[in-house]
Design a protein around this ligand. Structure first.
Ligand code: 5GP
Length: 120
């Protein structure tokens, strides 16, 4: 029971295991699973299991600082598990102009190929 300020998303169903996902890492607070539309050989999404109003990074509040750290550290664990810890990218799309489509904050962990910069 949380005071989320947005509508439920598809990620709630993944957390509840109501729809399948290819889970690569899970702990008490975070879940990491393969993106359904991968943009690189490794493309994993890292999400908080409880959204607690954290729909997008641009709406983060002080109380979210701990979970934001948990997510970042989980991204590193995922990179290690996937064998890309020597070179990878972490992306957060925030808001419409940031191309966010699912309003449950998530980190994209991308790797397994040479990444380009700037991303466009
Ligand atoms: P955003 O555009 O919000 O940063 O990223 C949302 C990501 O979620 C997209 O890369 C999209 O492919 C992924 N996605 C959307 N629906 C599903 C789903 O049902 N399962 C999985 N595994 N990924 C999804």
């Amino acid at each position: 029971a949380t005071a989320d300020n947005g509508a439920p998303t598809i990620f709630d169903k993944i957390i509840a295991k109501e729809i399948p996902a290819n889970i690569v890492y899970e702990d008490e607070k975070v879940l990491a699973f393969r993106d359904i539309n991968p943009q690189a050989p490794v493309h994993v999404l890292v999400i908080p299991k409880v959204r607690d109003g954290l729909t997008e990074l641009g709406k983060a509040e002080e109380r979210h600082k701990d979970i934001l750290g948990e997510l970042m550290y989980a991204a590193k664990i995922v990179a290690e598990k996937e064998g890309i810890a020597d070179g990878f990218r972490v992306v957060i799309n925030s808001g419409p102009a940031g191309c966010q489509s699912v309003y449950h904050l998530h980190l994209h962990v991308l790797g397994g190929r040479q990444m380009k910069w700037p991303p466009g």
